[in-house]
Design a protein around this ligand. Structure first.
Ligand code: NOJ
Length: 519
């Protein structure tokens, strides 16, 4: 494809390293495991891998609590393995995106150990210490302040108490964190996913957040002083200048409760390339899923992301949320998963595919005593945590789904004997093969990647839109209903590019999907 820009036109595949493939039989996935499946990913047709954290960590938040930014946790491998992973991925045309968690460190990071050692410690001001806490709440439950008896002060943590927030207002901290970018750029990384980036800066005076209606204490305040402070922008400018001193580097920010307007404002040629808008994700398994709901969401996003500087992202699943196939499907029926995959790969925006989404992996269900995730332990049974979407990748029907030779850190989904990569590869009608075909079409037709989005009027139960670029028009039509429906494609000669329907162009029975091109 001409002018192919990998982070705009390509598809990014998220790997949660501890759950993808275990090469050394310790029950935990690792970098060598990922390397051994790069051919699989190249064959699938993705363009980049986002690696959730692989750095040394005490695992209080499963890697999102980092104790050394410039190394690999020995359980996942070594820096040499990381270099091999980047080089092997690059040989296959796959880019690497590292997850940087820079709002907080682990409490085991040497910076924090030094900071908490005494009131006069050289790095005392690298974290946020106060004599008296304000009313801020941690999003994983409880107050956002932890009392440190030896020094008689409280430190701020927006997540668990083992994840102290760093003080981004301290210039030394800023320099040290920019060095983290430099370090990984030096190791060949092509891009970064910035964890909760809009929480880096807090209001300098740490005022109380004003109250509002909500269920949890966290939701009962307006988060106007703990996130989205104006000082964020100069930092984004500085970071972007650094990235732009390398060819085609990328940064996508994970927004933390940001409004759509704020999210868009963080994107542009002198700031982030993209910021997540979680339009199609939810913690609620009973969330609506019908064409009207989907189109409303899409149109809201289209309006917000109207600026040429803000390229949207599409996310259906990730390591924090129930998998899309679990939200929208009943049992093992993949009809809804096909629809979700079509949206993921044909809406306007960079698709972020979560490992296993291509085979429709479902969430696992855990008993209370099996839960590992801190917010799950805290809020069970109202909220059961995020372990459900982090189960081992289902490669084949051998013991432990071909993920490991030993009992994995989380159980494999019991459906793995039927639902696995091997079985779906062999079935021409599987979600895997459908996904692969869509990925091939994206490479062939720029309209599907960077084209405009034009909604079409359809009968109830259907969803249809055009993607248009230059003189290329691709029509995407989906039947969400249980019955037969159809619609005449707009005037012109339409050729079928991909269809799960045996009928003619425009005729779709329950759950069927068609992609047509205007000749
Ligand atoms: C967002 C990450 O996606 C999540 O997994 C993590 O727990 C929090 N940030 C804290 O780092």
């Amino acid at each position: 494809m001409k002018d192919f820009l990998w982070w705009r036109d390509g598809v990014i595949y998220q790997i949660y390293p501890r759950s993808f493939a275990d090469s050394n039989g310790d029950g935990l996935g690792d970098l060598n495991g990922i390397i051994s499946h790069l051919d699989y990913l190249a064959d699938l047709g993705i363009d980049a891998i986002w690696l959730s954290p692989f750095y040394p960590t005490p695992d209080k938040d499963f890697g999102y609590d980092i104790s050394n930014y410039m190394d690999v946790d020995p359980r996942f491998g070594s820096l040499a393995d990381f270099d091999r992973l980047t080089s092997e991925a690059h040989q296959r045309g796959i880019r690497i995106i590292a997850d940087l968690v820079l709002n907080h460190t682990s409490d085991q990071h040497p910076w924090f150990k030094e900071s908490r050692s005494n009131l006069k410690a050289a790095k005392r001001d690298w974290y946020i210490w106060r004599d008296h806490p304000n009313n801020w709440q941690a999003s994983f439950g409880g107050r956002a302040w932890e009392y440190d008896a030896p020094t008689g002060q409280y430190y701020l943590h927006l997540f668990t108490k083992e994840q102290p927030d760093v003080n981004w207002r301290n210039p030394q901290v800023r320099t040290a964190l920019l060095d983290v970018f430099r370090f990984w750029l030096g190791h060949g990384v092509d891009g970064f996913r910035l964890d909760v980036f809009n929480a880096y800066f807090k209001h300098a005076d740490l005022p109380d957040n004003p109250p509002k209606f909500g269920l949890r204490a966290f939701d009962r305040q307006r988060h106007i002083y703990d996130i989205d402070q104006p000082e964020m922008m100069p930092f984004l400018n500085e970071m972007r200048t650094l990235l732009d001193s390398y060819p085609e580097r990328y940064a996508v920010g994970e927004t933390y409760f940001a409004s759509p307007q704020k999210t868009v404002s963080y994107c542009g040629p002198d700031r982030l390339h993209a910021a997540f808008s979680f339009d199609f994700t939810s913690n609620d398994l009973n969330y609506p899923w019908n064409p009207r709901w989907v189109m409303e969401r899409v149109m809201k996003r289209e309006v917000n992301f109207i600026s040429a500087d803000a390229w949207p992202t599409t996310v259906m699943s990730n390591h924090d949320l129930p998998r899309a196939a679990s939200r929208y499907s009943r049992g093992e029926d993949d009809t809804q998963a096909f629809l979700a995959m079509t949206l993921l790969l044909t809406l306007r925006g960079t698709p972020f595919m979560y490992y296993g989404e291509e085979i429709g992996m479902r969430n696992i269900h855990l008993r209370r005593n099996e839960i590992l995730d801190p917010p799950g332990k805290k809020y069970w049974p109202i909220y059961k945590g995020r372990d459900g979407c982090r189960s081992p990748m289902q490669w084949d029907d051998s013991a432990f789904a071909g993920f490991s030779s030993q009992k994995p850190w989380l159980p494999v989904h019991p459906d793995y004997m039927k639902r696995n990569v091997n079985s779906q590869k062999a079935d021409p009608d599987s979600l895997f093969n459908f996904t692969k075909k869509l990925l091939t079409l994206r490479r062939e037709f720029p309209a599907l990647c960077r084209g405009d989005f034009v909604p079409l009027e359809t009968p109830p139960g259907m969803l249809a839109y055009l993607r248009r670029s230059g003189d290329q028009s691709v029509l995407v039509a989906m039947n969400f209903s249980n019955g037969e429906t159809g619609f005449p494609p707009p005037s012109g000669q339409w050729r079928v590019l991909l269809s799960t329907s045996k009928g003619s162009a425009g005729a779709l029975t329950a759950g069927e999907i068609q992609l047509l091109i205007l000749e």
